[in-house]
Unconditional design. Structure first.
Length: 418
């Protein structure tokens, strides 16, 4: 790509022009950093996610703009060429972020270093479908994405759709459980994560409803059409008109970066309310159980259906990501828990404890102690790794438990499908 001039002023540009220029800066600097070092070893550099679809959110930030969310790249190496170690990859990310910042764009960047075989083995998940449909090759072999298995929207995994809901809830709880600040930055990020939860609830719901689309705009349209229909099968867990309205608002926010009319707290409370209904509805479909009314029972019924292979793969993935001290310390507990489900499912079980155990976590200082029916310490012992105090007790508040869930998610689940 040609060298791009620094972005000195975005204020005079409209949203589309501003986003286009910022995207050019991010992609241009990523290419220069990666191709400048590995040109003979690379097959392609691929941009993925909302930035590839021109659906990323940029907001004004002195002296230029800030990308809310991440700029995600797959860096595809030729077979036989060694992949950079994690320390080198991190250094490359920092270098790219610094160059992008110097051009007036604040962005969090990630580089996933892979071989072409990675694409060939992708399961029928949302990320694979959207990567094949909307991934953008910004350097190298333009046909590289044809390595991804071709499958239709109707074949996307329902389990993966439910996982998406759980992952977005973790990210929201992580922010809510952190240090609370009465600041514009906190309110901005809370609004963004609540909006992302709504947008991915739409993704998750539409996969179960059999009307999934690969873009935010497409999903907004599908929901509006469903809401205007006289009959919807299967019956939704909430008012589709209300849900579609919220999703439309969040889609406009995601496209433009402009604040919404209602507060971050109002959006968050509404997102959690809809999430509770969707969580139960999806587990009813996944577990094929109609005789288990409570969320805990539904989760147990779904966990009981997990295959032995999935449990073993999950345990092996956990072991690879821990040191021998943690394996010695937690190994017996891991084996006991893995008889019932994989580590991922146990983390999601604790997510359900949070989702149904707190009412309005967005209020500063609210709900610091558990309701009488909730034992956050017991729930913490279901996580792969727990921060224990001298008496062997886990997190005693929902905030402590939410931070522990997020830590386990980032360490053991985020970069794998096991």
């Amino acid at each position: 790509m040609n060298s791009l001039r620094p972005v000195e002023s975005y204020a005079a540009e409209d949203t589309l022009a501003r986003s286009t220029r910022a995207k050019q800066v991010i992609c241009g600097e990523a290419c220069r950093v990666l191709a400048g070092r590995y040109a003979t070893s690379l097959r392609a550099i691929v941009l993925t996610g909302s930035l590839a679809r021109d659906e990323a959110t940029f907001v004004q930030a002195a002296p230029g703009v800030k990308l809310l969310g991440d700029a995600d790249f797959f860096v595809v190496f030729r077979d036989g060429c060694p992949l950079p170690p994690a320390s080198v990859t991190l250094a490359l990310v920092k270098e790219a972020e610094a160059k992008v910042a110097a051009a007036g764009v604040e962005a969090s960047i990630s580089f996933a270093m892979v071989y072409g075989g990675y694409f060939e083995r992708l399961p029928r998940h949302i990320s694979a479908y959207e990567l094949r449909s909307n991934g953008l090759v910004i350097w190298g072999e333009q046909e590289i994405l044809s390595l991804i298995p071709d499958f239709g929207a109707a074949a996307v995994s329902r389990e993966d759709a439910w996982r998406l809901l759980a992952n977005r809830l973790i990210e929201l709880f992580e922010l809510l459980a952190g240090k609370q600040h009465e600041s514009e930055a906190y309110e901005e990020m809370l609004q963004y994560r609540a909006a992302k939860l709504f947008l991915d609830m739409a993704t998750s719901y539409l996969i179960f409803a059999g009307d999934y689309r690969a873009t935010y705009r497409g999903r907004e349209e599908a929901l509006r059409l469903a809401a205007s229909s006289q009959s919807t099968t299967p019956a939704p867990p909430f008012s589709l008109a209300d849900f579609a309205c919220r999703v439309s608002e969040c889609t406009r926010f995601k496209m433009s970066g402009e604040p919404m009319a209602y507060s971050a707290k109002e959006l968050t409370d509404s997102a959690l309310c809809h999430s509770r209904l969707l969580w139960v509805w999806e587990l009813l479909h996944l577990s094929r159980r109609t005789d288990v009314p409570d969320p805990a029972g539904l989760m147990a019924a779904w966990m009981a259906q997990q295959s032995v292979r999935a449990k073993v793969l999950g345990l092996a993935s956990l072991a690879r990501r821990t040191g021998w001290r943690e394996r010695m310390r937690h190994g017996i507990r891991w084996l006991r828990l893995s008889r019932s489900a994989s580590p991922r499912y146990w983390v999601y079980h604790v997510v359900a404890e949070l989702l149904f155990g707190i009412s309005e976590p967005s209020q500063n200082g609210a709900n610091e102690t558990a309701p009488p029916a909730r034992d956050w310490k017991r729930a913490a012992r279901l996580l792969p790794v727990i921060d224990l105090n001298a008496r062997g007790e886990g997190p005693a508040t929902w905030r402590g438990l939410a931070r522990a869930v997020a830590s386990n998610y980032h360490r053991f689940l985020e970069s794998t499908s096991s």
